[in-house]
Design a binder for this molecule. Structure first.
Ligand code: UTP
Length: 410
């Protein structure tokens, strides 16, 4: 039974959101139903955090963490690769593509993976990722289960694109799509924006809920039944992303680590990437905006910067630990974003500048819930070409140049 108007009214009143019903009388029967259903399933509790950004996630004591660096990896490459290949071939490793984000900085309405970075031919971001994964599929001569997280905003566009492109040659039996949850998006006073007169503005609730969503969709159970013990979680926007990298998988298994995190040497102390560290003695990631001048200047015993390795959103999680992590509440992050909404006259606007807050949980916070983490260095120029913007740093332009350097035809 759907929520009745009176109940919806009471819920909104409790959270100071009665403006959501402002246009109710002019809505069609279908629209009224849709809005009541959205009110019923929306968690307004997060909106209370709007004015409390500063005290939301207090940080513990940050100290350096040991990173497995390139020279050490080289000496053990053969052994690790062998261990990794065995695990992958046996079907014990799956891959999770986080593709639920909105990619607002790129400025395209389509899912980010649909973006074409080709110059002389089509090279879609999704295609680059599949091609990279296929390198390993060919090595082990077995398909690697791939789970793709989408959101309400891009699910249809993503699944139909994959279908239209024939999954870029991947066996569709090994690709499973699932959707993440949405969170309300609000102005700076915590008032939820309306996207339409019958719909509140919502945005994907961050990349931290991926395993919970896999469970919700029944994907996690099937995966565990299939014998998957490790999940390599990765971002959609790094077109040089190595997925199910045998040497990385082997290193994490061989060192008895609970999770592995691929890291690169930071290009500058203030580079906008999260740096691996220990926080109150547990593995953690200090975000670039939490990097104090002291942390940026700190040196290790060798005189190298102590927080010199940035995460690239490529983690290998042990499935049995994920069950425990999801039971805990990850911290909530408030992110300022451009939120399309209705103005005071009920007309749609597409803001040029950030106009409010979205609420996200982040995959990097999962690391802090685990007892051990292996930060594993990779060669930056070979594995890290993120596309966040159209031009400049971390852009389509810089990623194209890195593809060229790696001999990838565009
Ligand atoms: P970003 O933090 O770069 O966010 O995502 P975004 O939404 O893609 O881009 P902007 O900030 O709006 O420009 C890092 C990775 O996490 C995924 C993204 O798809 C990307 O792979 N992600 C992000 C999700 O899967 N869900 C989310 O809610 C947010």
């Amino acid at each position: 039974m759907r929520m009745e108007y009176a109940e919806a009214y009471a819920k909104l009143e409790k959270y100071g959101q009665l403006h959501v019903l402002q246009y109710f009388d002019e809505l069609s029967g279908y629209e009224k139903e849709a809005l009541l259903a959205q009110i019923e399933t929306t968690d307004f509790e997060v909106l209370k955090q709007c004015g409390h950004k500063a005290e939301l996630n207090p940080r513990g004591v940050i100290t350096p963490i040991e990173v497995m660096q390139l020279p050490e990896i080289e000496t053990k490459r053969e052994r690790y690769t062998q261990i990794g290949l065995e695990a992958i071939k046996a079907g014990r490793v799956g891959a999770v593509l986080l593709a639920g984000g909105m990619g607002t900085r790129l400025g395209s309405d389509a899912p980010k993976g649909v973006y074409n970075i080709g110059l002389t031919k089509d090279v879609f971001i999704f295609q680059r990722l599949i091609e990279n994964l296929m390198d390993v599929v060919r090595m082990v001569d077995a398909w690697i289960p791939l789970y793709v997280m989408t959101s309400d905003k891009n699910h249809e566009a993503t699944t139909s694109f994959f279908k239209e492109k024939n999954y870029f040659g991947y066996d569709p039996a090994y690709i499973t799509f699932f959707m993440q949850d949405m969170a309300p998006a609000a102005d700076y006073d915590g008032k939820v924006y309306m996207e339409e007169k019958y719909r509140m503005a919502t945005s994907p609730n961050g990349n931290g809920g991926w395993f919970l969503s896999m469970k919700k969709w029944g994907v996690a159970d099937k995966m565990e039944e299939a014998g998957v013990e490790w999940l390599n979680v990765f971002a959609v926007d790094n077109v040089l992303q190595r997925i199910a990298d045998p040497c990385f998988v082997g290193a994490v298994i061989d060192t008895d680590s609970v999770v592995g995190a691929k890291v690169v040497k930071k290009s500058a102390p203030d580079e906008k990437v999260g740096a691996m560290c220990l926080e109150d003695g547990r593995p953690s990631i200090v975000e670039y905006y939490d990097m104090t001048p002291e942390l940026m200047e700190a040196k290790d015993a060798q005189g190298e910067p102590a927080y010199n390795f940035g995460v690239i959103l490529n983690y290998l999680f042990r499935v049995k630990d994920l069950e425990e992590i999801v039971a805990k509440k990850l911290p909530l992050h408030i992110v300022e974003k451009k939120i399309p909404c209705l103005d005071e006259n009920g007309m749609p606007v597409k803001p040029e500048e950030p106009n409010g807050c979205k609420f996200e949980q982040l995959v990097l916070d999962m690391i802090h819930e685990l007892d051990s983490c292996l930060p594993y260095e990779v060669v930056r120029e070979r594995e890290f070409a993120p596309i966040k913007n159209k031009t400049g740093i971390d852009s389509v332009e810089s990623a194209r140049e890195l593809c060229r350097q790696n001999g990838i035809e565009l």
